[in-house]
Write a protein that binds this ligand. Structure first.
Ligand code: ADP
Ligand code: MG
Length: 370
């Protein structure tokens, strides 16, 4: 895809695009029970690719629908460039939206679908034709304008939906699980194209997914949702390297999580005492988190480098993945874990059923509370 000059942002769009989106105490309650979205605070910077990531039912779609204006917040506010838009109707917010199910009009041609938002905005015919052509070029569908949606593949239909969502130079593009209906290979292709679209248009993207890999590869920052609340916000690297709590450690990437007690800077787990690097406040609700590529596995205690933290384990499985081995571990307290080892780093002694010692450097663990 390339940016045709016909889609250069109009001055008005450019000015509006300079606004930061601020969510303050945004709350949606549907019934008497727990709110679907519970006091969400979030700043989305102009031009940023921000992903809302969380399990099904955690409030991502409701949050997106409040941003676009389809759902009215029960309380809280939404500001764009300092201006409160909580009560602004959707069409006046000028946000583009892409859904999982494409939501194209089946009786309209591809070009008519893409032209739809321009018709609503009463853009003159010649200008409409120029903008539609530009948008179709942008998503690699030049020459497909006269087809009907049913004559296109799922991936092509989603490109039409993308073209329709950006043709009017929106201030913000919102995407609700746009790739979830596509098969894996197509999803990866479209991920790359969405990333390119973001780079080329310089628009703010707010992207929703429940797929952590998708969130990691696409996003500048990720906001992680759990039961209607944001439990962490950060860059993919920050959240992966330093998960702030157990939920993030478990939801984003894989982890071995050791539940224990922290006192005087020493973590006690199943009769072992481990050093903790940073100054962490004492408490009963702590866990030590080790990412799989930081976990090492030794045949016995003598092979553990001095100064490392270590836990005895039983190997439950070893699988070969071409570029690495994955070793599954079971620990004394019935918890499980895993290590990812280089292909030539697995001695024969590390086989299913074997007692081993899992170990890691103090600086490679993260102590979490909560
Ligand atoms: P997600 O997009 O993360 O899967 P949703 O925002 O769709 O989550 O839903 C969050 C919660 O709100 C869920 O418990 C869901 O059942 C509830 N919910 C969503 N929409 C409605 C609605 N229109 N009426 C009642 N409950 C709803
Ligand atoms: Mg959803």
């Amino acid at each position: 895809m390339s940016v045709p000059t016909t889609l250069a942002p109009r001055p008005s769009a450019k000015k509006a695009a300079a606004g930061r989106l601020e969510l303050r105490g945004l709350t949606k309650r549907y019934g008497g029970e727990a709110p679907a979205v519970d006091a969400v605070d979030l700043d989305i910077e102009p031009g940023e690719f921000l992903t809302l990531l969380g399990p099904s039912g955690s409030g991502k779609t409701t949050t997106l629908n409040m941003i676009v204006g389809f759902t009215r917040p029960t309380s809280g506010s939404l500001r764009l460039g300092g201006r409160d838009i909580s009560r602004t109707p959707p069409h006046k917010r000028n946000f583009g939206m892409v859904f999982q199910n494409y939501a194209l009009f089946p009786h309209l041609t591809v070009a008519q679908n893409v032209a739809f938002p321009l018709r609503e905005r009463k853009v003159p015919a010649a200008e409409t034709e120029r903008l539609v052509r530009g948008a179709l070029e942008l998503v690699d569908l030049a020459g497909m304008g006269e087809r009907r949606p049913h004559e296109l593949s799922g991936g092509q239909q989603q490109r039409v939906a993308l073209a329709r969502a950006v043709v009017f130079s929106p201030t913000v593009l919102l995407l609700d699980e746009p790739l979830s209906a596509l098969d894996r290979k197509l999803r990866q292709t479209l991920q790359r194209e969405i990333k390119r679209l973001h780079r080329e248009l310089g628009l703010t993207f707010v992207f929703v997914t429940h797929d952590q890999d998708e969130a990691m590869t696409l996003s500048d920052r990720i906001a992680i949702f759990d039961r209607g609340r944001i439990v962490a916000v950060g860059t993919p690297g920050e959240l992966y390297r330093r998960p702030p709590n157990r939920f993030v450690a478990r939801f984003l990437g894989e982890s071995t999580v050791f539940e224990g007690r922290l006192a005087d800077g020493v973590f006690a787990w199943a009769g072992h005492r481990w050093a903790t690097g940073d100054a962490v406040p004492a408490g009963d609700d702590h866990a030590v988190v080790v990412r799989p590529e930081r976990m090492r596995v030794a045949p016995d205690e003598s092979a553990v480098p001095p100064g490392s933290n270590a836990a005895p384990a039983i190997v439950t499985d070893v699988s070969f993945y071409g570029t690495y081995h994955r070793v599954e571990l079971a620990f004394a307290d019935d918890s499980t874990g895993c290590a990812v080892l280089p292909v030539d780093g697995v001695p024969p002694a590390i086989a299913p059923g074997a007692p081993v010692v899992a170990h890691w450097r103090v600086e490679d663990q993260v102590v979490v509370a909560g």
